[in-house]
Design a protein around this ligand. Structure first.
Ligand code: NAP
Length: 462
């Protein structure tokens, strides 16, 4: 009776997760999607807690309290700009849980002499993918948080070495299935998994880390599927499969938006020669033309069509509320204001949508790149706020640029361009941007929040 109830609860939470994923695909329904997912998880956790295989609740309560104490501050106080590293950190914990369950189940089966070949496949897989996700995610966290060098670390024959190590892990896994009580192979799988996680992330530059985090998400999903098989738990299998597939699709989508092949992200050591302060000048010549806030405000106030292009700097400056005020002021003057959203603007997918939604900017003003690119030529002003790589014409024109081929927003087609940034800082890919020295472009230097405050004050008086 209880067992049937648990399966029904699992089925309902699986349905909630699927519906939640669907709802998360649209900004208008995303909030509801998150609520459905959270509720689905609550149902799954409650159902698991009444499982009769649980022999004591003390350690579960300790885990619940410790998890709550760590998770609440992480959720509440980590800024949006640090979200990729926070997610990497959470993956490390999730994967550690899967790995420890795998080790625990193996030891249990070993002592009880109940290890079967089928169960060892699941346990070996779980421990291998779990272990590489733990160290891989910690490495990604370290690189994103700048605790480790962000530049790719490479050595001769690295890809071959990594693939050989991975293959050795698979061989140990096969051997363990043949001979489940050979603990040396179980330990080898664990050790190789931990090493592969470190070595896999070493040659990947900080700029590609969000793609890696999403791929590790997918590995954590695979480890969860294996845990589900090992524990005979259906919801873990379903959720792990959803997690594995969605993480993989997201990694592919992000690579595509950066016009990089998946293999190039994983094995290409992007940024090894180009990133950092010594990045090539890319042949950009010319002077940037500064503009005062009052002149910029006049240009905006008397424009008919303005397209605002937000980028990572908007998130750093936390200027989303000021942007909304500026857009409202312009609209009161009958200016047509739209926002152009590049798929990889900021540091995580949907970063700009989330920021602008937080400020209450209506979704119908946000346009995806494909939908707005044609309209730049009609715009009197393109107002670029803390964006750089996503508006860099080198992606179209300079074959030697590391971002060559990345789709960009057609800002240079607008009649005039105003760029808000603090100074001459480069974008995440570390390349110069000729848009900033174009005769059409005026630079309003300063922190984006302060600059927009000044623009608002001036537009009010215009
Ligand atoms: P970006 O190329 O990183 O440029 C951000 C610009 O913002 C910088 O040039 C910086 O110049 C300026 N800035 C920083 N703080 C500021 C502040 N307080 N006020 C005003 N300006 C400020 O940003 P992006 O154009 O959004 O491009 C995103 C990059 O991240 C792309 O290369 C993309 O491939 C990469 N990426 C994104 C994702 C994703 O999922 N979104 C994932 C992986 C990689 P100053 O220092 O001069 O101010």
């Amino acid at each position: 009776m209880i067992a049937t109830g648990i399966q029904i609860a699992y089925l309902s939470s699986a349905a909630l997760f699927v519906l939640a994923l669907r709802a998360l695909g649209q900004p208008t329904t995303a909030r509801r999607g998150m609520q459905m997912a959270a509720f689905g998880m609550l149902v799954a956790v409650c159902a698991t807690l009444v499982d009769q295989r649980i022999v004591s609740y003390e350690w579960l309560i300790v885990g619940l309290v410790a998890g709550g104490l760590i998770g609440y501050p992480l959720g509440m106080w980590v800024p949006m700009t640090a979200m990729p590293q926070r997610i990497a950190f959470s993956h490390a914990f999730g994967a550690l849980a899967a790995t420890l369950v795998g080790v625990g189940e193996y030891l249990h089966g070993f002592h009880e002499e109940t290890l079967s070949h089928g169960q060892t496949v699941a346990l070996g897989f779980e421990v291998f993918f779990g272990a590489l996700t733990v160290t891989g995610s910690l490495m990604a966290f370290g690189k994103l948080q700048e605790l480790l060098p962000g530049a790719p670390i490479t050595f001769r024959g690295q890809n071959v070495f990594n693939l050989a190590l991975f293959a050795a892990g698979v061989v140990c896994l096969v051997w363990l299935v043949v001979s489940p009580y050979d603990t040396a192979f179980f330990i080898a799988i664990l050790a190789i998994g931990l090493a592969v996680g470190v070595l896999m992330v070493l040659p990947i530059g900080g700029a590609d880390m969000p793609v890696v985090v999403s791929l590790l998400n997918s590995y954590a999903g695979l480890a969860a599927v294996a845990t589900g098989f090992a524990l005979d738990n259906n919801i873990l299998i379903v959720v792990g499969a959803l997690d594995g597939a969605s993480g993989f699709i997201l990694s592919m989508a992000m690579s595509k938006a950066m016009n990089r092949s998946f293999a190039n992200v994983l094995f290409g050591a992007f940024g090894a020669e180009t990133g950092g302060a010594d990045a090539a000048q890319d042949g950009v010549a010319g002077e940037m033309m500064p503009i005062d806030a009052d002149d910029a405000a006049l240009r905006l106030a008397f424009a008919r069509r303005v397209i605002i292009v937000p980028g990572y700097g908007l998130a750093v400056a936390q200027a989303q509320h000021q942007v909304r005020e500026l857009a409202d002021l312009l609209e009161k003057r009958d200016v047509d204001v739209r926002f152009a959203i590049h798929p990889v603007a900021g540091r995580m997918p949907g970063h700009m949508n989330v920021l602008l939604a937080e400020a209450g900017i209506s979704y119908d003003k946000l346009f995806d790149m494909e939908d707005i690119n044609e309209r730049f030529s009609d715009a009197d002003v393109a107002l670029v706020i803390g964006a750089n790589d996503v508006v860099n014409p080198a992606a179209r024109t300079n074959r030697s640029s590391p971002i060559y081929g990345m789709p960009i927003l057609n800002v240079q087609d607008a009649k005039s361009v105003i760029v808000l940034k603090r100074g001459r800082g480069k974008g995440f890919s570390g390349v110069e941007n000729e848009l900033f020295v174009s005769p059409k472009t005026s630079m309003l230097f300063g922190d984006a929040k302060q600059s927009i405050n000044k623009l608002c004050a001036e537009v009010k008086q215009a």
